[in-house]
Structures are given as C-alpha cells and as structure tokens.
Design a protein around this ligand. Structure first.
Ligand SMILES: [Zn+2]
Ligand SMILES: [Zn+2]
Length: 528
C-alpha cells in the first residue's frame, strides 16, 4: 500500500495482504497496519486499486471495516473485490467506483490519469498523478508483453506522452530486477501448455492462482484445440471464473464448463480441470486431491498435473509436500522448477529499463520487491541516467516529501503488519506469536500451589502438569526433582507473587540445566 498526501487530501494506492511466514504459527493472513490512515480519516479520499491480485486488493474487506471510504478500480478488479466483500457480507456498505484506462479523477488540486498495463491479470492500470509539486508516475505491476492473452498491449504511446509532459518521480515494479532480458510473452507459455495437453494420455489437472484469469483463458483455448472439455474447481476459482465470464473478461468454452459429475464420468482424455492449490494452500482443491481427500477428483496413474505458478516466497515447503504426494499417486507432473509452465507477470530488467526510458523521470523510487530487488532496480535506474542522489530506496513507513524545489526523506510514520487468525483482526501481536513459537518448540509446564490466606502454609500442591515438554509418565524423577526445587522456594518466600516469580525463575534454570529446553512455565499460586 502506498499513501499519497497533499494538504488535506489523501488517498492510498492498493491495499493487499501477505501470507504468513514460518515464524507466524496459526496466523491466516497478514494485512497492513492502517493507523496512519485512521488518524487522518477525514482527509482520506479512497483506495485506488491498480489490479485484482491478492497482494493489491486482499486487505480491502478488513480495512473497510475500520475505514469505509470509496474504492476505485477497473471492472475486473472491482468484480474480484466484490467476490471478497460478499464472503465478508460487506457488499452493501461498500462504495465501489468504476474507473478505466481513460478515466480522469480529481481530488482537490490532485489529478489522476490512468494507463493500461500488461500483467498476469487483465484490466491492470498504472497511474499518473499531477500535483502542484510535479507529476508522479506509479506503475504498479507491469510487463511489456507483445502477445498478451487478451490482445491488449501496454499503452506505450500514453507512457511516452506522460514522459514528454515531464515526470518528477517514477515509482516502478522491482519484482524481477534479478531477471535478465524481457519477460517472455504469455504466448510462449501457451505453446508449452499446448504441447503438454496435446500429448497427455489421460486427464489434465492444472493448478494456478484463482485471480490468474489470463491463464484460465489460455487453458480453455488449448483444451478446445485438442478437443477437451474444461471444468473448474475450488471455491475461489469457481467464483472468479463465473464473474470473469459475466463481465466478459473470460471467453468460456462453447459447450460451457463441466459439472463436477462430468469431470468424473467423461473419458479422461477428454477432460481438463483447472483448480486452486498452486501454492500448496492446505484447504485448496489440489492439496486435497494430492491427499486423496477430494470427492470429485481422484488422481492416479495416467493423470497429468500442471502447476502453473511460481511459489510465493515462504510457500515452498507446502508446495513441495504437495508435489511429493502427487508423485506418490503416480501422476505425471509439470512444475516450474523443471518445465516452462509459467511466465511471470512482472517485467524483467529490460522491461524495467524500457519503463524508465519512456518516462524519463527526475527522481526514481523502486517499489514492489524485497530489499535486494529494490537496490538492483535502483542501480538500473542509475545506469539509465537518473542521478544517484535522485534515487530513493525506501522501506515501509518511510515518508518522502516532494516540493517544487526539493525532495527529501522525512521522518518515518507508524506502519507495519496486522495478523489475522480466524475471526480476530489484529488481536494477535508479537507477544502472542512469541508464545506460540515457544509452545511449539518446547511445550509448557504448569505449577499449581495453594497457600493458606491466613498462615501462608502450603495447603495444596505443588502439582506439576506439562504438555509438549517431557513425557510425564516416564519422567517421574525429573518431576520429583522439580518439586524439590519448588519446596526450596516455598521455604524462603511468603507472598503469592514472590512465590510465583521465584518458582518461575528457579524452574526455568532447572529445565534448561537438565534438558536444554525452555518450556513456557506458568506458576499458578493462589491464596485460599
Ligand atoms: Zn500483480
Ligand atoms: Zn503485485
């Protein structure tokens, strides 16, 4: 999410979610912290969404609950947002406003124009923001694809016109700054899919992102050429496909899509199934198929499985586990590490250079990407002639101030991540996560002690209960020794608080000394 602010006007570009990393046990998704926006809610004009990918729209349902402002997006983007809002029962309250590549928006003195960009989803736009301090171009995700699936090219003419008008600052997509050359066209991918599907002996099952409408279209095209019928499965895949067909972004096969029953009973060599699960998401269709837990599709010998997506960093383990399970079932498997069954939606270094060449900005900020990718993109801009002192590599929360005569890095503002677990939004902080990690690693130990309210004598316990630390039945000596240590504490301490604190530290030492483990220790000392 990027926030633009001028006097009493403010708007945000995109509002995405992240998937949890290994050290966030139990967290479902991660969304941006919008404290800064909430503190300035009266200035907020809305969210402008550049395209319909999760990392650009995924947090909208959570954020609108706290800050209900207009949401601007193209037709397909808003269609995808609407599907999400429906799941959260929020469609009625939301103020969704349609824009297109030719739209013009005005917020006070700020004017916005848009440009069509190619990406792995149709209907993506970049933004030109005209401000009294100069023009800013925010590309969002893009590539220069000369054969996109929907035939709509990146509008180079318009980008060039913007460049000619004079652009003070360019913010551009850095995701593929480690990749040489131009990103291959979607058309090359279609040829690869064509060969695999043509030669497949039986059923073909292809997993990709539910938002990858272009890929779904390609599979439908290829299937038709080889006289196969197509079915889609997985809840988000079904919803998105239906919506994209309704809005005209997806041309369905002439015979319509297969029902779950047909997927099963048609001869296998007539069937292609498109499903979710390319990231190994535990509840997705492909993962359930790989475990033999999917009622409608049982994978076996003779089936061909294609995973048409690159792993999002952090998801590799889940994907590899799914691949192993699919191999166990005896299917033929095509995936990114071995075959060209996916092309990136992000421009590589040559695409990035071309963008800088068209826009010819005074200042440059690399966006979208991990730190090293930002730095590599920054160096590329330097090579392209942007002066070193005019290139700003910034991270979350960093404010850049721009005036007609200067640009500088201002103070950082509150930013960060909010964790979502089940129904809870933001009620899990770093402390809860640390506890979960400790529990997962070394388990816990509960000590119960009852003290007489009047005399301070021990009238209950000490009792020790543990889970995930040691197997209690076989650790009698250890537990007895621990009790000895607790008795030692009880002899020297009187108040319940003091007993609890000393039991905690004495047991922590003891556990580490005897087992080299650090279980969570919870002393419950009550005065009765
Ligand atoms: Zn994207
Ligand atoms: Zn993105």
């Amino acid at each position: 999410m990027m926030v633009y602010e001028y006097d009493d006007i403010m708007f945000a570009v995109d509002c995405g979610l992240m998937f949890p990393e290994d050290d966030m046990p139990g967290v479902d998704i991660v969304i941006p912290d919008i404290t800064y926006l909430l503190e300035r809610a009266e200035k907020m004009q809305g969210f402008i969404l550049t395209h319909g990918h999760e990392d650009h729209i995924g947090a909208i349902p959570y954020v609108l609950q706290q800050l209900n402002v207009p949401v601007y997006g193209t037709r397909l983007t808003l269609g995808l947002v609407k599907n999400k809002l429906q799941e959260h029962h929020l469609v009625e309250q939301a103020d969704l406003r349609l824009i297109g590549a030719d739209s013009h928006l005005q917020f006070g003195p700020l004017e916005l124009d848009f440009v069509h960009l190619c990406h792995s989803i149709p209907d993506a736009v970049g933004i030109l923001l005209r401000t009294p301090a100069g023009n800013i171009v925010h590309t969002s995700d893009f590539k220069f694809d000369h054969h996109p699936v929907d035939g709509r090219l990146t509008d180079e003419e318009k980008l060039k016109t913007w460049g000619a008008e004079g652009v003070r600052m360019l913010l551009s997509d850095s995701t593929n700054s480690e990749v040489l050359g131009f990103t291959p066209s979607e058309q090359e991918l279609e040829q690869a899919l064509d060969e695999i599907i043509r030669d497949a002996p039986g059923r073909v099952i292809l997993a990709t992102f539910a938002s990858n409408i272009s890929r779904i279209q390609q599979v439908i095209n290829v299937a038709q050429r080889h006289n196969r019928l197509v079915g889609v499965t997985g809840r988000s895949m079904i919803n998105n496909t239906r919506m994209a067909i309704e809005l005209g972004y997806l041309k369905p096969p002439p015979d319509g899509l297969l029902t779950p029953d047909q997927m099963n009973y048609l001869p296998p060599e007539r069937v292609v199934i498109i499903c979710t699960g390319s990231q190994g998401e535990p509840t997705s269709a492909l993962v359930r198929m790989s475990r033999g837990q999917y009622r409608h599709v049982r994978i076996g010998k003779g089936d061909t499985v294609i995973i048409s997506a690159t792993p999002i960093p952090g998801n590799e383990k889940m994907i590899h586990r799914t691949l192993d399970n699919l191999f166990r079932l005896g299917a033929d498997i095509y995936y990114d590490e071995l075959f060209d069954v996916h092309v990136s939606g992000h421009g590589s270094r040559e695409d990035q250079k071309k963008m800088i060449e068209l826009i010819r900005p005074d200042y440059f900020i690399p966006i979208h990407g991990e730190y090293r990718q930002l730095v590599l993109h920054a160096r590329l801009a330097r090579e392209m002639g942007v002066p070193e002192e005019n290139i700003l590599v910034i991270e979350d929360g960093q404010v850049v101030e721009m005036a007609p005569d200067w640009v500088f890095l201002a103070e950082k503002v509150s930013s960060g991540r909010v964790f979502i677990d089940g129904l809870g939004v933001g009620d899990i902080g770093s402390v809860v996560l640390r506890d979960r990690r400790q529990l997962a690693r070394d388990g816990f130990l509960v000590v119960t002690i009852g003290l007489d309210e009047e005399t301070g004598d021990v009238i209950l316990g000490p009792e020790i209960l543990s889970r995930g630390f040691v197997y209690m039945a076989e650790s009698e000596t250890l537990i007895e020794e621990a009790k000895e240590i607790i008795w030692d504490v009880l002899e020297t301490q009187e108040s319940a608080e003091a007993v609890a604190a000393h039991v905690h530290s004495a047991l922590a030492d003891f556990c580490y000394r005897t087992t080299r483990r650090r279980p969570m220790i919870l002393p419950l000392v009550v005065e009765i």
